[in-house]
Design a protein around this ligand. Structure first.
Ligand code: HEC
Ligand code: HEC
Ligand code: HEC
Ligand code: HEC
Ligand code: HEC
Length: 166
């Protein structure tokens, strides 16, 4: 009876460890533990300083070593995440960021249209990113068709199939 219970507890502990492992894996999908809050809130940077095309192009763009090197040519902190960044810079290697928000090619989405012409704030679609201390690993809202259409209906924007499926 007793050994059976210990066995069961052992199985449960292993199972919860496995779940924790899977979750931890999911939480940290980015190659560097990038911290938005340190840059935006604590060092007054603007979204457009790094996502430089958000008002001009379809893609906002994710910055890479050529943008980071401006301030991180040498260590400015003692953090492990910064030393990882410095090794990418020193080896002149592209940081393989995983893009979290993805709309498939058969649907058309443009940042310029929404940010510049629509005057929508980044937070509406991406949450309060400037306060995120962890790198982004899952979307604030999944960019699916119903979500697009709900906002278009609310704002009286075309929901013609061909507006998005060109
Ligand atoms: C109306 C909703 C909406 C707004 C407003 C918006 N985004 Fe996005 N964002 C998206 C969607 C949808 C995607 C996925 C696009 C794709 O796959 O082409 C995305 C992708 C991104 C990406 C990764 C891919 C890329 O385009 O480079 C970045 C970075 C980004 N957004 C930053 C921003 C910033 C910064 C702002 C504010 C200046 C902003 N976004 C405003 C919906 C929005
Ligand atoms: C305009 C200057 C500037 C640019 C550009 C910049 N950073 Fe930083 N970064 C800083 C400063 C300042 C700190 C120190 C923050 C602190 O500890 O107060 C910092 C700290 C960091 C840290 C350590 C933070 C921690 O959590 O311990 C990492 C990692 C980092 N930056 C990554 C990046 C990456 C990746 C890029 C390019 C995409 C980048 N930075 C671009 C100014 C900059
Ligand atoms: C110092 C540069 C820097 C600044 C300033 C900055 N970002 Fe980022 N941003 C990054 C980096 C690096 C990544 C990739 C790592 C990550 O996902 O956390 C990223 C990722 C993102 C993504 C996820 C893109 C995707 O689909 O994977 C969004 C959305 C985003 N940023 C929005 C913002 C918004 C909104 C602001 C202003 C409040 C902002 N960022 C300010 C560097 C910056
Ligand atoms: C939070 C509100 C909001 C969300 C979410 C949103 N949009 Fe929009 N969208 C707008 C607004 C507002 C405009 C009109 C901008 C302007 O003034 O030109 C627009 C315009 C457009 C247009 C141009 C329409 C035309 O008449 O040609 C396309 C295409 C589009 N959006 C695609 C998308 C897609 C794809 C998504 C989802 C991935 C999406 N939008 C999500 C608010 C939104
Ligand atoms: C405002 C933008 C927008 C409009 C308008 C729109 N779509 Fe979509 N549609 C999307 C996006 C974004 C996706 C990809 C994300 C997803 O699967 O939800 C998509 C995916 C799809 C898919 C493939 C996914 C699935 O569910 O099988 C089909 C089929 C589709 N749309 C048909 C239509 C038809 C038919 C209309 C007109 C009645 C329409 N769409 C109008 C944005 C739009």
């Amino acid at each position: 009876m007793k050994t059976k219970r210990i066995f069961l507890i052992g199985i449960l502990m292993l199972a919860s460890l496995a779940i924790a492992f899977v979750n931890a894996d999911k939480r940290n999908i980015q190659p560097i533990a990038y911290n938005h809050n340190k840059h935006v809130e604590e060092n007054d940077m603007e979204c457009l300083d790094c996502h430089v095309y958000a008002e001009e192009n379809a893609q906002a763009s994710i910055p890479n070593i050529e943008d980071c090197i401006v301030c991180h040519e040498e260590a400015v902190t003692e953090s492990e995440s910064e030393s990882t960044l410095l090794s990418y810079i020193q080896e002149n290697k592209v940081i393989p960021w995983r893009q979290v928000y993805v709309v498939p090619d058969y649907a058309y989405f443009s940042h310029r249209r929404h940010v510049k012409l629509g005057e929508l704030d980044c937070t509406i679609c991406h949450g309060d990113v400037g306060r995120f201390a962890e790198p982004i690993s899952e979307p604030f809202v999944e960019p699916v068709m119903d979500w697009c259409m709900d906002c278009h209906e609310e704002k009286n924007v075309s929901n013609d199939c061909y507006a998005c499926h060109r």
